[in-house]
Design a protein around this ligand. Structure first.
Ligand code: B1M
Length: 210
């Protein structure tokens, strides 16, 4: 089976063609795992690398992210019904008081693109919501996003609440005002400046780099 038309549609950021190619492959008998692993993930790797190397910029990545979403809308129910083994599970949310979600969504798309299962609990999430999500979904990693210098301080409250609930899993942080020093000072397992870095960090923490 040839996945190059799907890959090219994704890399072009053509969401209609990406969905159409996904439908055609499914109709031709390709499984959702093959479509994901042989079509979409290599395509997202190309996009991630170009973004990291400064060859493409945010608008192009967002367009590709929308294309990826159009394919995942078709594949998600099939993958959920099957036995697709994700590399790991990440609970992702923007912290209380903060509505910025473009960066968080991009991190989610890139993580999904790299083979992780992502449970996105949205924006304005308080500590209880994160603790409940950890209990409900048993993730390998929790990711906190904040874009405001006034909301990043709440990340410590979330980490403290997760620890107080007896959970020891790694919590990572990201968003424009966040840096490595801040991450260390609040007990985070690490920070990432970009969605690509977030994927690398999660891969290191979960121990899967393939
Ligand atoms: Co607001 N906003 N905003 N805003 N906004 C900023 C962040 C600001 C820097 C603008 C400025 O003043 N120059 C400023 C913050 C200043 C500060 O605190 N240091 C600001 C402000 C002040 C505000 C309001 C307070 C404005 C007001 O109402 N007076 C208000 C606050 C609302 C609230 O949250 N309570 C507000 C509102 C808004 C909008 C609603 C209009 C809109 C958000 C829409 C949305 O997200 N749905 C908005 C926007 C769009 C921005 C700017 C222009 C763009 C942010 C963005 O999406 N960037 C922003 C200025 C700027 O950054 N140039 C600004 C693109 C995105 C892909 O990048 O989010 O950085 P980013 O994500 C990156 C990395 O940070 C990282 O990876 C992503 C991809 O590479 N990353 C992670 C993010 N999360 C991560 C998590 C990880 C790892 C990496 O691990 C878990």
């Amino acid at each position: 089976m040839d996945f190059s038309d799907l890959q090219n549609a994704l890399i072009r950021g053509d969401h209609l063609a990406t969905a159409e190619q996904t439908r055609l492959l499914l109709a031709a008998g390709a499984g959702p795992v093959d479509i994901l692993e042989r079509g979409l993930l290599p395509g997202m790797q190309v996009i991630g690398k170009r973004f990291r190397d400064g060859e493409i910029f945010l608008p192009e990545v967002l367009v590709c992210a929308r294309a990826m979403k159009s394919a995942m809308a078709l594949l998600d129910p099939l993958l959920a019904a099957g036995s697709y083994a994700a590399k790991g599970k990440v609970v992702l949310g923007t912290v209380k008081g903060d509505v910025h979600d473009i960066g968080k969504n991009l991190v989610g798309v890139m993580l999904r693109g790299a083979g992780y299962q992502v449970v996105d609990i949205g924006t304005g999430c308080n500590a209880d919501k994160f603790v409940q999500a950890v209990r409900d979904h048993r993730p390998d990693v929790v990711g906190l996003s904040a874009l405001l210098s006034t909301t990043m301080t709440y990340m410590k409250t979330v980490i403290d609440a997760i620890r107080a609930a007896g959970e020891t899993l790694p919590v990572i942080v990201g968003g424009a005002p966040v840096n490595a020093e801040f991450a260390e000072s609040i007990g985070a397992a690490g920070s990432a400046r970009t969605a690509g870095e977030a994927v690398e960090l999660v891969s290191r923490l979960v121990g899967r780099t393939d």
